[in-house]
Design a protein around this ligand. Sequence first.
Ligand code: ATP
Ligand code: MG
Length: 226
Amino acid sequence: MEQGYFITGTDTCAGKTWATIALMRYFKQQGKSVAGMKPVAAGCSFPCAAWECQDGRLKNADALLIQENASLKIDYDLINPYAYELPVSPHIAGINNPVNLSKIVERFNVLKELAEIVLVEGAGGWYAPLNDYEDISDLAKALALPVIIVVAIRLGCINHAKLTWQAIQHSRITCAGWIAVCVDPDMLKHDENIHTIKTALNIPLLGVLPYLASADFDLLASKLAL
Ligand SMILES: Nc1ncnc2c1ncn2[C@@H]1O[C@H](COP(=O)(O)OP(=O)(O)OP(=O)(O)O)[C@@H](O)[C@H]1O
Ligand SMILES: [Mg+2]
């Protein structure tokens, strides 16, 4: 069993967070202690009504969900060291506080000591820039985690899945498999699309997460097999 996975996706809004939370629930159901990270998040606010949010710092919805689903209570700053307010590419949002990969690796190493499995959600897709010279692929490399590709099953997904898989191979990073996430209730021919991607990628399909009008992460976890 690996110590963790890096969750990337075919794009932004591909279903990475939903898949990450489903994976956290899956490993917890297997009796493992689980932590997660959303190291770089763009699109953060000074939250929310809940009292535990009100500590005067920027927070991100994905990171809060990851925090809430961990096996133990974890400080927000370990989960999301880079929280940018603007919902734009991190290399633009972070112009005054650019991402430093070694800071993220440091936080990850702390989390690794706290939990058996650490899931790290990327930002955007595989080549999303994090600063002026590094992108998500560099972060995955620095963390030395096997990658899971989240493929949003929508029109264009075959092309996006093949491009992402080729890019990961080009980066010479181990890929543990892919997860199909049905994000579009109007998508026609789901099964045919998933079959085509399965044939093209030649890596394990770890689960097909059905479209749900509202989130049920335990149900989604039941669709996974690693
Ligand atoms: N299984 C599903 N069924 C229905 N809707 C889904 C499902 N998975 C994800 N979604 C929808 O798609 C949206 C995007 O999903 P998610 O937030 O997981 O994407 P992401 O790749 O993490 O996005 P980001 O790049 O912003 O981090 C969610 O807000 C949710 O509304
Ligand atoms: Mg997300």
